[in-house]
Design a protein around this ligand. Sequence first.
Ligand code: C5P
Length: 244
Amino acid sequence: MTMPDKEPRVIVALDFPSAGPALDLVSALDPALCRLKVGKEMFTRFGPAFVEKLAGKGFDVFLDLKFHDIPNTVAAACVAAADLGVWMINLHASGGRRMMETARERLDGAARRPLLVAVTILTSLTREDIAEVGFRGAPRENVLRLARLARGSGMDGIVCSPREAADVRPEVGADFLLVTPGVRPARAALDDQQRVMTPADAIAGGADFLVIGRPITAAADPLQSLRDIREEIAQQVRHSPTAL
Ligand code: C5P
């Protein structure tokens, strides 16, 4: 994989129950300063037309639908997502090597090729939760195993918690993307996130892209909040040559 442009590194999570406020927010933002993430709620309500509208405004869109199904179905869904003109899509690494490899092959043959990243273990799951569905060991061990499997199956990177990034980075090497939600600027409210890190710490830990929602979307001045976060990231990048 040729490494994609890392700038802009902030991916704003658009989690709104209606399209109007989401589009109002988007008109206050700038594709040169951030990317956008559309997840299951907005996609299920507003569909492909909403995604195409965002892409039409010049934004790179991460379509966060976390596919997990038989290989042929996931590969076909990935190609359908690519046809929307999105920048990044994702699937569950626990769908297995054949599912990931089939998606990889089918996307490589498609006219458009979005970045394809894998979810390892959802950060909402505890050791007890994963034991109940048959995974042995701590979430961290499973994250590392699935990160290696994702890499070996041709994925461009994984989504992981910023706290996991520093553990994962040495396992997967430099040219593998780490996309981290669970990021909060030092003075921001935690909302329902528990295990958070600041943007600077996430970058220092090896994250490439940061998914940030409410600290921007719920701010009185979203653009200013984005600019503040970008400044914090830029300072850290200057101090960590490996983050370039
Ligand atoms: O508003 P906030 O910054 O918490 O939004 C984070 C976004 O990242 C949400 O869209 C959430 O669903 C997503 N996410 C997360 N933690 C994960 C995976 C995804 O917060 N482990």
